[in-house]
Design a protein around this ligand. Sequence first.
Ligand code: SF4
Ligand code: SF4
Length: 54
Amino acid sequence: MKVNYEKCGYCGACVGVCNCMALELIENRIVIHNEKCNNCKSCIIVCPLNALEE
Ligand code: SF4
Ligand code: SF4
């Protein structure tokens, strides 16, 4: 997963939906731990600003 930081509004919705703890909101920045990601794509679906991509 990648975050497009120009689109992200730091709402935290993706962090809440990720069951793998692969996303963190740290100091107004989404940090992705790709080694934990199972590629379920829930974060892409839930993002209201289309800021996540594979
Ligand atoms: S859901 Fe989208 S806009 Fe919200 S924090 Fe995640 S990437 Fe950013
Ligand atoms: S694809 Fe699924 S596991 Fe990976 S970061 Fe998004 S919600 Fe988490």
